[in-house]
Design a protein around this ligand. Structure first.
Ligand code: MN
Length: 317
């Protein structure tokens, strides 16, 4: 019987990696097991490793964007070497410089049913906590495969919207308790869509790559501004339009703001904007003292209204 793990072993030194490296050939095949695991792997480039038990090993693919949520979008899946069954529960830190160096966590695990298995096509149904559904992997060229979700989408479509823009007013609104007051930052508006640990906003701002990776498989669309504060470019977030597969556009600002705060976005290059409900005076005063252009009053009960809106008011300093 050929040693299916020869390649796996050849890439690893058991003295240098915490990964299981069995030195005996694979046990007898066809145990009939049908386990699967998906590991989230923060290696040089974030990806998810999909592994399906087959004839005593875990047949593996690296999926850079993770499982597709929608039948209309197929994701690349790169076939990697078969892994030992012991890998089913592996999680840990593979040292930098070693093969696959980085943090690996178990994203989901469970069983699967195989519907078809050939050299070019694998059709299967996952029964996991996070990843139920029917999928097909099909080979396109060499090691490259695509993974396609069959059946219905598991999340709402990503909103493609223009940013909500405030209307200018000379004075703060009279019914202050209906509003939250925030600084106007005078920066450049930026919507940041995050999907599969990646964001297209990183093309212009490469430092956002780290933010996107920190989201793992969680989807989001953030709204904010790139401002220059203390000489450094900083992204200040003040709204959340989409969260974890669900559009928040119809939710009141108060609810979107609570969801944004729950994300606890604080990093060297990004911050959640402070927001003070109910009182304009002290915020205006602070904006003046800090040389900011003014304040923005945001109606707490307002949905997200793309384009110019009277639910957001810009009051100059
Ligand atoms: Mn990997």
């Amino acid at each position: 019987m050929p040693d299916k793990l020869e390649k796996y072993r050849s890439k690893r030194d058991p003295n240098r990696t915490p990964e299981p490296v069995p030195d005996t050939p694979v046990p007898a095949p066809s145990t009939g097991g049908n386990a699967f695991v998906i590991q989230e792997h923060h290696a040089r480039s974030l990806h998810w490793d999909l592994r399906l038990e087959r004839d005593g090993v875990l047949v593996s693919w690296a999926v850079p964007k993770g499982l597709p949520a929608d039948p209309g979008t197929n994701h690349l899946a790169v076939r990697t070497e078969d892994h030992p069954m012991e890998y089913l529960t592996f999680h840990g830190e593979i040292p930098r410089g070693e093969y696959g160096g980085g943090t690996m966590t178990v994203w989901d695990t469970g069983t699967y049913d195989v519907e078809k298995w050939s050299e070019r096509e694998v059709k299967f149904v996952l029964h996991g906590a996070r990843s139920s559904g029917r999928f097909v992997l099909f080979r396109t060229r060499g090691k490259n495969w695509m993974i396609h979700r069959m059946g219905a989408a598991v999340r709402e479509p990503f909103p493609s919207v223009r940013p909500m823009l405030p209307t200018e007013r000379a004075r703060p609104p009279r019914d202050a308790p209906a509003y939250a007051f925030e600084f106007a930052w005078g920066g450049r508006r930026l919507l940041v869509p995050i999907d599969g640990g990646r964001t297209e906003a990183a093309r212009e701002h490469p430092w956002l790559r780290e933010l996107a990776e920190s989201f793992g498989s969680r989807t989001a669309v953030l709204d904010g501004e790139v401002a220059r504060l203390g000489g450094a470019e900083l992204l200040i977030f003040y709204d959340l339009l989409y969260d974890d597969g669900r559009s928040l556009l119809g939710e009141p600002y108060e609810a979107r703001r609570a969801a944004l705060e729950a994300l606890e976005l604080t990093g060297a290059r990004w911050q959640t904007a402070p927001s003070w409900p109910g009182e304009a005076g002290p915020v205006r005063q602070a904006a003046r003292e800090q040389g900011l252009p003014g304040v923005v009053a945001k109606r707490l009960d307002s949905p997200y209204e793309p384009g110019p809106s009277k639910s957001w008011l810009f009051i100059p300093s």
